[in-house]
Design a protein around this ligand. Structure first.
Ligand code: ACO
Length: 427
């Protein structure tokens, strides 16, 4: 008699039945391999392009209920973390599993602060980029270049070494990001300041004039950026995190794996979307043009950037928090005129059948770009602003996958549909 937590599959080719156990609401894909038509048959595979319904890992880090619009890091609702915590506390939570005690937090902040500096040769490396190089391209390359500066990072199964690389990567990514921006502006690089907190220091490296050592970042803007960093820190198995885990599964050093993750984030369907949202809003320009854009979207001629999500089929909870942050930022910077176009676009889209039927709601990127622009960040830097906090999520997921005994090198199967054997014609 089959046990309750299983399915029975009947193979109509052979008439045979198979019982497959269900664990955590899933069946093990390898169990399908027992389903064969003959001894030398390879066995049944599951076909799932883009991993629409395939879990690649078990994880304790981030929980999402896309239907209900719920996001939690290590069990804590994103709304509480955004309201009560600092980004570096959340980074600690993601990586080590618990919120830090006071002394743990002090030590963590100290370690991050004292690793923000980069080797002088990194500056020379950056200088080699063309003046109009995209800052995200520069960031991806310099993260990869760090692996050549820290050959000890290859010791990925040494806990102490892993910890050191985690400190280095979280500490140095704002420095690399700011250097990439300053390079694209033709401005001198600003070194990190150990007396500023994580986001203040980043704003200082971005905006401090090179002729002064004094810079007092606006506290409201630094706090708003900190909240945005919390919202972007992790999002379970998204495209870039999957890249981090997949590349990391070859046991390469974390700098190389993080460079691959950052490269995945660069794409316009992922972390590049906030840049595309702003370009779209700029193209729309006035509310009167919105119906025409909606028409083009419905005719399948373009996507409404910042709308839709693989997992959320409800309002993205991060987009709700971001709308509140926007008000605080605009009190300092003045209202970004793009907001009115975005709000109107959202209103029209959410009442349109096309979007209702497909459960398309604004995602985090729909509003983040408008805030970033009001804060003075140019659009090219938007994906870079996403990469800075996502580093903590990538590292948490990387460490979890390395210490998971069920994980192996990631290597999907394929269904070959090309030619059978053929031969080169005589010549
Ligand atoms: N505008 C218009 N139509 C859309 C959009 C959109 N933004 N997103 C999805 N659709 C439509 C699709 O055309 C499809 O329609 P169909 O059923 O008639 O063919 C349907 O909705 C389902 O969409 P899929 O493409 O199957 O959804 P998928 O899960 O593969 O894609 C994605 C998710 C990539 C985010 C998609 O919604 C998209 O391209 N959005 C715009 C880019 C964007 O904002 N990316 C940021 C994602 S969040 C993040 O990475 C931080």
């Amino acid at each position: 008699m089959p046990t309750k937590d299983s399915i029975t599959v009947r193979d109509n080719r052979t008439g045979r039945e198979y019982e497959i156990p269900i664990e955590n609401g899933a069946i093990h894909a390898s169990a399908l391999r027992n389903i064969k038509t003959s001894e030398d048959d390879f066995g049944l595979m599951s076909y799932d392009p883009a991993f629409m319904n395939t879990a690649s890992c078990k994880s304790k880090i981030t929980f999402i209920d896309g239907e209900k619009g719920i996001l939690r890091y290590r069990g804590y609702p994103i709304e509480e973390l955004a309201e009560k915590c600092k980004y570096l506390e959340v980074a600690y939570l993601l990586i080590w599993g618990e919120l830090p005690s006071e002394s743990e937090y002090k030590e963590w902040v100290h370690n991050i602060t004292y690793h923000t500096m980069v080797h002088e040769n990194i500056k020379k490396f950056m200088d080699g980029f063309h003046h109009d190089a995209h800052p995200m391209g520069m960031l991806v390359s310099t993260i990869a270049a760090l692996s050549t500066f820290y050959p000890d990072a290859k010791n990925i199964f040494d806990e102490g070494s892993r910890k050191l690389q985690i400190h280095r990567l979280i500490a140095k990514i704002p420095t690399l990001a700011a250097f990439a921006y300053r390079h694209s502006q033709g401005r001198a690089y600003i070194y990190p300041s150990n007396d500023l907190n994580y986001t203040e220091n980043f704003l200082s490296m971005m905006y401090r004039p090179s002729w002064t050592t004094k810079f007092e970042p606006n506290q409201t803007l630094a706090k708003a950026l900190d909240v945005l960093f919390i919202l972007h820190a992790d999002h379970e198995q998204n495209c870039s995190t999957n890249a981090m885990r997949s590349v990391g599964s070859s046991h390469v050093d974390p700098y190389s794996a993080a460079a691959a993750a950052a490269a995945a984030l660069y794409g316009p369907l992922h972390g590049g979307a906030n840049e595309q949202v702003l370009r779209m809003l700029e193209e729309i320009g006035t509310k009167e043009k919105i119906p025409e854009i909606i028409r083009q979207v419905k005719e399948g001629r373009r996507l409404l950037m910042g709308f839709g999500h693989r997992v959320y089929k409800n309002y993205d909870p991060r987009a709700k928090i971001i709308k509140k942050v926007a008000q605080e930022v605009f009190e300092v910077t003045g209202r970004n005129p793009m907001l009115d176009i975005a709000l109107e676009l959202e209103k029209i889209a959410l009442s349109d059948d096309y979007f209702i039927k497909r459960k398309l709601y604004p995602n985090i990127d729909f509003y983040s770009g408008i805030i970033y622009q009001a804060m003075g960040f140019p659009v090219e830097i938007f994906p870079v602003l996403f990469a800075i906090p996502r580093m903590s999520g990538w590292l948490a997921q990387w460490q979890e996958s390395l210490t998971d005994p069920e994980q192996k090198i990631a290597r999907p199967r394929q269904i070959y549909i090309g030619y059978g054997e053929r031969h080169v014609p005589p010549r």
